[in-house]
Design a protein around this ligand. Sequence first.
Ligand code: ATP
Length: 228
Amino acid sequence: MTGARLRVGGLTAGYGRVAVLHDVSLEVEPGELLGVAGANGAGKTTLLGAVAGSLARASGSVALDEERLDRMPAYKRVSRGLALVPEGRQIMGSISVQANLDVTVMARGRLRVDAAHRARREEVLALFPRLRERLGVPGSVLSGGEQQMLAIARALMTSPKVLLLDEPTQGLAPVVVAAVTEALAALKGAMTIVLVEQNRRVLEALADRTLELRLGRLAAPAAQRPAS
Ligand code: ATP
């Protein structure tokens, strides 16, 4: 699997009467990892929210391959292959790590954990061996890095074709940033990825191409990864 082509056209989004994202268009090739840089408040989280369908006030087009998703609620977009790892992890602290992974079974339209779900869980845990050791503990007990791994693992449980990540290394110690970067490097090529990140080193290590958001608009490419 190499993911789907993500096409975003004329996306404008905001909160209440205020638009914070203006006419953003971009295209990400199947299997490509697009970096999105930008200062605090530039609209990065708003961009991902509008693509994922979690913002009420958004207009413009969002398509995976040939299918338009922009009229669909967020949960349907997940079922079409679009998954978001939100800023601040947002894992569930009161239930176990395994339960955090297993709540995604409903995103696949099932009510119970079945063999396909268990098989996917094994694949995801192979990428995050540390989580396997912590399956029985409540989410709240995890370190910041482990919580981030869990947030990524939870998104992967839905077998996304396009994965959106909102500042996955924010607030993490350098050694943990390295571990998260390594995990994302292992995912590269297996799906299309949009990585919002303020850490330039992480973008340089991972992104095929990086765009910059400034005041809610896309600016010229901030950095191009040198051909290796
Ligand atoms: P950060 O790196 O700080 O998360 P960002 O680039 O992700 O920044 P956004 O969170 O998308 O930026 O915010 C863009 C603008 O929208 C900011 O001016 C912010 O104050 C505003 N904003 C964000 N969330 C809301 C909200 N729920 N209600 C009103 N305004 C909001």
